[in-house]
Ligand binder design. Structure first.
Ligand code: ADP
Ligand code: ADP
Length: 226
């Protein structure tokens, strides 16, 4: 699927008569199946940028295109995995993964097959009948990843997806995510405040400056992948 273009994007937040420029004229092109990490200190604008790419936050100026379409609102073709587990508590794991497929109007059998494929990919086949409250944090996040990928998005956006997990689980999920990314060949835009995590995962690391909304440096990582 097509390129992602973030062109001269700015974001201003206004409150009580004052304005904060949270994103200041940022441009990024994402090609092929690049894995890009955006890293920077808290408050530098990482979440704001990601939310604009997702269509969750209005853009003040500039344009974002995903696979040739201008982003104006959320769509299933833009997958988003948040830090907090956003599974539906009243649906079991299988039904959570089928959710987006139901919205697309996919017939039940096809839906079930597709959900199985993605549950298998994240190693949760045995837990398909479990409910979110019965799962560990890492398992919930794996289910959220399966649910997002099942609808075949043009890009996978992840906002500190492993931030709430312990170090061991985080390392495991980082490796699993790379495996999945290699199979799916999907573009990933991944936000983290951890330089270690960014360097481990990314083809390209975009470092934001402490002064909000600016790119400080872009680093191409050419270390061999694990
Ligand atoms: P993080 O640093 O992990 O991105 P924050 O604590 O900065 O998280 O933000 C959490 C939520 O609060 C986000 O949805 C963000 O948009 C919102 N938020 C952050 N700062 C402000 C603010 N000054 N006024 C209103 N909402 C804010
Ligand atoms: P990061 O994700 O890097 O922690 P954010 O994108 O959450 O940064 O925030 C960037 C800046 O914008 C921060 O100064 C934050 O307080 C501010 N901000 C974020 N969301 C809002 C909001 N909804 N209203 C006002 N200010 C916000």
């Amino acid at each position: 699927s097509g390129e992602i273009k973030i062109q001269n994007v700015c974001k201003d937040y206004s409150s009580n008569g004052s304005t904060l420029r949270a994103i200041d004229n940022i441009s990024i092109d994402i090609k092929d199946s690049e894995f890009i990490c955006i890293v920077g200190p808290s408050g530098c604008g990482k979440s704001t940028l990601l939310r604009m790419v997702a269509g969750l936050e209005p853009i003040s100026s500039g344009e974002i295109h995903v696979a040739g379409k201008k982003v104006t609102s959320p769509t299933p073709s833009i997958g988003f995995v948040f830090q907090e587990y956003t599974l539906f508590p009243w649906r079991n794991v299988q039904k959570n993964v089928e959710f987006g497929l139901e919205l697309k109007g996919m017939p039940p059998e096809e839906r079930s097959e597709r959900a199985k494929k993605y549950l298998d990919m994240v190693g949760l086949s045995k837990f398909k009948d479990s409910y979110p409250h019965q799962l560990s944090g890492g398992m919930k996040q794996r289910a959220a990843i399966a649910r997002t990928l099942a609808v075949d998005p043009d890009i996978l956006l992840m906002d500190e997806p492993f931030g709430a997990l312990d170090a061991q689980t985080r390392n495991l999920l980082q490796m699993q995510l790379l495996d999945i990314w290699k199979t799916e060949r999907i573009k990933v835009l991944f936000v983290t405040h951890s330089v270690d995590e960014a360097v481990f995962l990314a083809d390209r690391v975009i470092i934001m400056s402490a002064r909000p909304g600016r790119i400080k440096e872009i680093i191409d990582i050419d270390l061999p992948r694990p």
